[in-house]
Design a protein around this ligand. Structure first.
Ligand code: ZN
Length: 712
């Protein structure tokens, strides 16, 4: 729908209801269109300001005509789209997880615990409903007065993502329930992709990926990134979590319903009656679901489903057994986050055997030498597997894995395949034990193991090409500097052609435009776009900058902690160099940062003690100085900018929560009390920290005083 320009020019306050409805429809379509372009990072058609104006206009009209707010209103998506893509949606009742059993004995123990809990005599049978457990995406569907009102992913169990618009595109999802129905009810189900649909979809994605790579080689516009899903579950989850519902609509998704959340009135007395109601309302229910008169029937059912598993249209990983009587379910309740009245009896993970052709050594960013198995391709659980991780040299020795061996592979869920062991009877005479290299296969430096470390690392550091390339890939990657167009492949090309050896040189690439243009397939447009993208990321927040350096053990979380604590690169650099002296004030300060343990402190100090690393950092800092970290939280809080320690047990909140609150108010939370500490909040059973605070004259707060000052 396109906007009527005359209507668009009008002040919202002067619109009639019919005009407002037309305008809201046009705005919804336009904003969705721009969102899709923006999400793909693919040439937005309008400026951010013009986009914001559309959003504000939509909001203004909605404020005047609340009755006209559309189901697909941008105001329900836009705010969240900025942050994570979807609005959060709280479930009426938590979506819990299931405990697992793996054997007949464990299932018998599960039944015995139910009997003990309910105090049932031995002769009382336990009726169950058994349902194949589909490997898909769990969702929660809210129906109000029989109409589908909202759908959300499971999320953390309490709160998921609102994917209503996407779920509406699934043909087997009833938009209206067939009467009679409760006024309000939450239905739980699984969105999944059939195996055949998955294979076809995956093949199509692979083709699209190839085409995109060819466009990349020709320097043409790329369009959205193509994700090749590893398994049907990823495919289903990725499809439902698309920002553009049209993409979801194009995916072959199905839905089975199997449970209930909050309901205004109980729709049945037993689970099998509830499943019958689901069918009546219009849901697809797994046809293999079956009521079992007693627990004695479970083992036979488990075997029967196990035998059918390979021939089923969809992937399953076990069978769920639920107590059929809902009154018993209520009495049994929950333990932790799982119901006492249900369990998932899982099938063993899928296995296959194949020949080990070779073992390759890969060198990572931190110099770790990782062995990787190269195998004769084999299908495990519908996925073709050629490589498996072997973790480290001890693992190879422990399992006595030799090249030429027939190995047993296992794939459980989406976990990377593992080699469980070797079929010794099939070992050929010429099978060779693998000798783990004591030199880096790339730079030839010694590769050594430090103390307890199971990992062998290249000592080549900055002279090791493999480490250098991996560090550059990390530096430019999305979570680090996020330089668009500087993916792993291009980094490798720039490194191989001697154009980039260090992070700083990325920011000097503009001096080598001619050399870039001389690269095969690098046209004017592609080079211009890349240089623009580099320019756009010349000044990033300090936390990104620190993370991008790729220092061992400094992940995003630790980088954030360091940035918040030291604020500027200069301060951080000076303190890290000073911290080289054990026992120095700077070392104590580093150790006092909540979340920075001794091993992390050690890595930081070592990094700054290495002259070449420091020179590379300074070179980078001259080219691309980072933005100082913003002081977190409200500046008017008495805790803003103060250093705080919490000790002892708090009554009204956990210490974790209190520390998080303090950080939100702009405080620095540390673990130990020093003369730099401004406040110590003392709970019950506070020990030496409270004593030390008193000695140093640091202000001590009770929990009540802290709450009052923090306005909690
Ligand atoms: Zn090396």
């Amino acid at each position: 729908m396109t906007a009527d320009p005359a209507l668009r020019a009008r002040d919202p306050a002067t619109l009639t209801e019919a005009e407002a409805a037309a305008e809201l429809a046009a705005l919804a379509a336009e904003i969705a269109h721009h969102d899709a372009l923006y999400h793909g990072k693919d040439a937005p058609e309008i400026s951010d300001a013009a986009y914001d104006a559309l959003v504000l206009r939509n909001r203004a009209i909605e404020a005047r005509f609340p009755a006209l707010i559309r189901a697909d209103s941008p105001s329900r998506r836009v705010g969240a789209a900025a942050a994570e893509g979807f609005a959060k949606s709280r479930h009426g009742e938590p979506m819990l997880s299931l405990n697992n059993v793996f054997s007949e004995e464990e299932f018998a123990e599960f039944c015995a615990s139910i009997r003990r809990f309910l105090g049932l005599p031995a002769e009382e049978k336990l009726p169950f409903v058994a349902e194949p457990k589909i490997d898909g995406l769990s969702i929660n569907l809210l129906y109000e007065h029989g109409a589908f009102a909202k759908g959300a992913t499971r999320g953390d169990g309490m709160e998921g993502e609102d994917v209503t618009q996407n779920l509406l595109t699934i043909p087997s999802l009833p938009k209206r329930l067939r009467a009679p129905y409760p006024a309000r009810i939450e239905i739980r189900g699984e969105v999944f992709m059939d195996k055949a649909d998955f294979l076809a979809f995956r093949a199509a994605q692979e083709r699209a990926f190839e085409e995109r790579e060819q466009r990349r080689a020709r320097g043409e516009k790329l369009g959205e990134a193509i994700v090749i899903p590893a398994n049907p579950r990823n495919a289903a989850a990725g499809s439902v979590r698309q920002l553009d519902p049209r993409i979801t609509a194009s995916r072959p998704l199905k839905l089975f319903a199997y449970a209930m959340g909050a309901a205004s009135e109980p729709p049945a007395d037993s689970h099998h009656e509830f499943l019958a109601r689901l069918k009546h309302w219009g849901f697809a229910v797994n046809p293999l679901s079956k009521r079992l008169a007693s627990e004695q029937e479970a083992a036979a059912f488990q075997r029967s489903i196990g035998e059918q598993r390979a021939s089923l249209a969809y992937d399953i990983d076990g069978v769920v057994y639920k107590i059929d009587r809902l009154d018993w379910q209520r009495r049994l309740g929950f333990v932790g986050r799982a119901p006492r009245w249900a369990t998932a009896w899982k099938f063993p993970a899928e296995q296959a055997t194949t020949r080990l052709l070779d073992i390759e050594i890969q060198v990572g960013r931190t110099g770790a030498l990782t062995p990787r198995a190269v195998m004769q391709p084999v299908t495990v659980g519908g996925v073709v597997v050629r490589h498996a991780t072997l973790h480290n040299e001890d693992e190879i020795a422990r399992k006595d894995i030799r090249i030429g061996d027939t190995v047993i592979l296992q794939r459980a869920g989406d976990v990377i395949p593992q080699i469980l062991g070797v079929v010794l009877e099939k070992r050929p005479r010429d099978a060779r034990p693998f000798v783990f290299p004591d030199h880096c296969p790339v730079c030839g430096s010694h590769a050594i193991r430090d103390g307890e470390d199971v990992v062998r690392r290249c000592t080549g550091g900055l002279i090791c090409a493999a480490q250098t390339v991996e560090r550059l890939k990390h530096f430019a990657s999305r979570r680090a500097m996020d330089i668009e167009g500087l993916g792993e492949e291009n980094i490798q090309i720039l490194f191989d052609r001697d154009l980039v050896h260090s992070p700083a040189e990325i920011f000097r690439l503009h001096q080598h435009r001619e050399k870039l243009l001389a690269l095969e397939g690098w046209g004017d447009r592609k080079v211009g776009k890349l240089l623009d993208a580099i320019e756009a990321r010349r000044h990033v927040p300090l936390e990104r900058f620190i993370f991008a350096l790729g220092i061992r053990r400094i992940g995003e979380q630790n980088a954030k902690l360091l940035a918040r604590h030291y604020h500027t690169l200069e301060e951080w650099r000076a303190k890290m160099i000073a911290a080289h002296v054990v026992g120095s004030e700077a070392r104590e300060e580093l150790g006092s940062i909540q979340g920075i343990g001794p091993a992390i402190a050690e890595e930081l100090v070592e990094f700054f003690a290495e002259p070449r690393a420091l020179a590379a950092l300074d070179d980078l800092a001259r080219e691309a100085p980072p933005l100082p970290a913003e002081a977190a939280g409200a500046s008017d809080s008495p805790f803003a900018g103060k250093t705080m320690v919490f000790t002892g047990t708090l009554e009204t909140m956990t210490r974790d929560e209190a520390e998080a609150q303090a950080e939100r108010l702009g405080a620095k939370v540390t673990k130990s009390v020093s003369k730099k500490t401004d406040f110590v909040v003392v709970g019950t059973d506070a020990g030496s920290k409270a004593t030390k605070a008193a000695e140093l004259g640091v202000r001590i707060l009770t929990e009540a005083e802290w709450r009052q000052m923090a306005a909690l």
